[in-house]
Design a protein around this ligand. Structure first.
Ligand code: NAP
Length: 279
């Protein structure tokens, strides 16, 4: 019988995961289907019970359910538990087990640009859910120094103080980060600035950006944010959010099937959906 996979969220119609995973199932001759499912906040518990009852093989979880879903799963992987969010669920012999592949997905994308990120001084811009997954994962991997700047500095402070892994970090205002931007070899942009309706804005001024530093913006729509186009002018190495998106999906696919999928094929499918070739 055909296996069922899904992504749950609200909204969900824009998700690029169904095409990416359905292409992989076909490519690897797996008899399975991946379905987007609109699940409202108030229906989350009932939806999870229903998915379990029908024997779903696995599913992804997106906004706004990444944290709330944890209460309805049978087991949570330790990294996902530390991050406090789940984006991938695997049905292991009837038990729903939650994982977080966002941070690892980002890290794999970053590793495709530089193998030396562990020894670089890193700045994360933003302190929301994606920043938390990235910060915890990089901290667990042994990154030595990583600061966080955010519009609301208290959130950056909270993120640092609640991290269970040993790391030297400072919470900064956006202005403080602007002034010491030349200290950082890797800058990771995780705020919504750069997306519609803030497409012509920068999260912070990049006057002091170092030549050849890496600027990775996790936004993938648009493919090239204003930050990335300005960073390119300063001869930085830039990366958009496609790498993170594709790698988080690849890790989920691996949890479900045991297969390490073809990343370049996945990227191609996503690029086609976004209709671009930049970065
Ligand atoms: P979130 O939890 O809502 O966090 C949003 C962050 O953006 C916070 O740090 C917030 O600062 C900041 N922010 C929002 N509006 C701002 C503004 N006008 N000025 C300054 N800062 C602002 O969101 P998230 O889940 O972390 O997602 C953030 C972005 O990452 C989204 O664009 C999302 O599409 C993208 N994303 C990409 C991937 C991928 O696979 N590539 C995966 C996940 C997320 P405050 O704390 O001050 O509010």
């Amino acid at each position: 019988m055909k296996e069922l996979f899904a992504v749950i969220g609200d909204p969900i119609a824009h998700s690029m995961s169904p095409q990416m995973h359905n292409d992989l199932f076909q490519y690897y001759s797996i008899d399975a289907h991946y379905q987007p499912l609109l699940v409202k906040k108030e229906n989350l518990e009932a939806a999870i019970k229903g998915l379990k009852a029908i024997g779903i093989s696995g599913f992804n979880v997106t906004i706004p359910h990444k944290t709330e879903i944890m209460a309805f799963l049978d087991e949570i992987d330790p990294l996902a538990s530390d991050i406090g969010a789940v984006n991938t669920v695997v049905n292991q012999n009837g038990k729903l087990v939650g994982y977080n592949t966002d941070g690892l997905g980002f890290m794999k994308g970053l590793a495709s640009l530089t193998s030396d990120f562990v020894n670089q001084k890193i700045l994360i811009i933003g302190a929301g859910g994606a920043a938390r997954a990235i910060y915890y994962t990089l901290a667990k991997t042994g990154v030595k120094g990583m600061d966080i700047c955010n519009r609301t500095v208290e959130k950056a402070t909270h993120l640092i103080e609640t991290c269970p892994y040993q790391i030297t970090s400072e919470a900064l205002s956006l202005e403080q980060a602007e002034n010491k931007l030349s200290h950082y070899g890797v800058i990771i942009q995780t705020t919504n600035i750069g997306m519609s309706p803030n497409m012509s804005q920068l999260p912070l001024s990049i006057n002091f950006l170092r030549e050849s530093s890496i600027v990775s913006d996790i936004i993938y729509n648009p493919l090239e944010t204003f930050l990335l186009s300005e960073a390119k002018k300063k001869k930085a190495i830039v990366q958009n959010g496609i790498d993170m998106f594709v790698h988080q999906g690849a890790l989920a696919f691996q949890y479900w099937t045991g297969i390490t999928p073809d990343i370049s094929r996945m990227k191609q499918i996503v690029m086609e959906q976004l209709g671009g070739t930049k970065c």
